[in-house]
Design a protein around this ligand. Structure first.
Ligand SMILES: NC(=O)c1ccc[n+]([C@@H]2O[C@H](COP(=O)([O-])OP(=O)(O)OC[C@H]3O[C@@H](n4cnc5c(N)ncnc54)[C@H](O)[C@@H]3O)[C@@H](O)[C@H]2O)c1
Length: 270
């Protein structure tokens, strides 16, 4: 099902690591909907080389950028405008990483150097992307910037660890920067809060397998998968959502508004 709703739009897509990545699906869907874009990831992620297959498939160029480096971001954004032949209409920030999670550090025993690095990569990088784009006057009016987040920003999911704090910060940036970018350039900034999804970043969270099953049973529609998340991102990049900005949008099969489901209740009656 494609309708060409991104025809003529230019974008930058962060975070396609492998076929499981949400950003990978966004790139495939954006290409199918007629967009042209630049793919980017951290230099270290490039070494895996998988992104080149996606670039071939979507006819796009790849530019390495560490999203914590303003210099890298400014280079990426300037080069993207040159390659794509004009200002940018959409940006996807699909980046997350916690060293405390990776190293199995408990939330009550954080290594603060790890914490600061994770915060920089997962949240502050979003501000850096937005500020760099604004300073370079790189976005067209009614352009759309989306970052991916998780409901642990609002409610406690113990094993999500310091990523919960990172996501709160990320969502706050969408509101605050969305205000300023809206007034200055009519650019929209939102976060999409996605169901747990089997990807490299997702499966790094302790107990992810049982958690994804729990979430499935707690969502009236079931967990949303990466492809459907990509489709939601595409609508957010399109002109059909022009007045949506500064929002955290749940894409979670109803999980966020469900207290309990009958299926979960039944398990406790056993
Ligand atoms: N998988 C889930 O369950 C889930 C649920 C909700 C939200 N999200 C969010 O979706 C986004 C994408 O994650 P994913 O699940 O597709 O996993 P993923 O591992 O495929 O993507 C994470 C990406 O972040 C990139 N990255 C890490 N450090 C970077 C840096 N310094 N500069 C640039 N890029 C860097 C990685 O290379 C990778 O491509 C993340 O923000 C994640 O928190 C994921």
């Amino acid at each position: 099902m494609t309708n060409g709703i991104l025809k003529g739009k230019r974008g930058i897509i962060f975070g396609a690591l492998n076929e499981q990545s949400i950003a990978w699906k966004v790139a495939e869907q954006a290409h199918a909907e007629g967009a042209t874009f630049v793919l980017t990831n951290a230099p270290i992620a490039m070494r895996m080389g998988e992104i080149n297959a996606l670039a071939d498939k979507t006819n796009s160029k790849v530019i390495a950028a560490d999203a914590t480096s303003v210099e890298d971001l400014e280079n990426l954004i300037s080069q993207s405008m040159e390659i794509l032949g004009g200002k940018i209409d959409f940006i996807l920030h699909s980046i997350g990483m916690s060293i405390n999670v990776r190293k199995g550090r408990h939330y009550t025993d954080e290594n603060y150097e790890f914490t600061m690095k994770g915060l920089d990569v997962s949240a502050l990088s979003f501000h850096k992307v937005l500020q760099s784009a604004m300073k370079l006057d790189a976005m067209n009016e009614w352009g759309s910037v989306v970052a991916l987040t998780y409901i642990a920003a609002q409610r406690v999911f113990p094993d999500y660890n310091d990523m919960a704090d990172n996501k709160s910060y990320l969502e706050s940036i969408a509101r605050s920067f969305g205000y300023h970018y809206g007034i200055a350039k009519k650019v929209r900034v939102n976060t999409i809060s996605q169901s747990p999804t089997m990807t490299t970043a997702g499966s790094g969270v302790k107990g992810f397998d049982s958690f994804i099953n729990y979430s499935e049973k707690m969502s009236p529609l079931g967990n949303a998968d990466a492809l459907d998340c990509a489709n939601y991102c595409i609508t957010m990049f399109s002109d059909y959502t022009k007045y949506v900005t500064m929002q955290n949008l749940f894409h979670d099969g109803g999980f966020s508004n469900t207290g309990v489901t009958q299926e979960v209740m039944d398990r406790f009656a056993e």
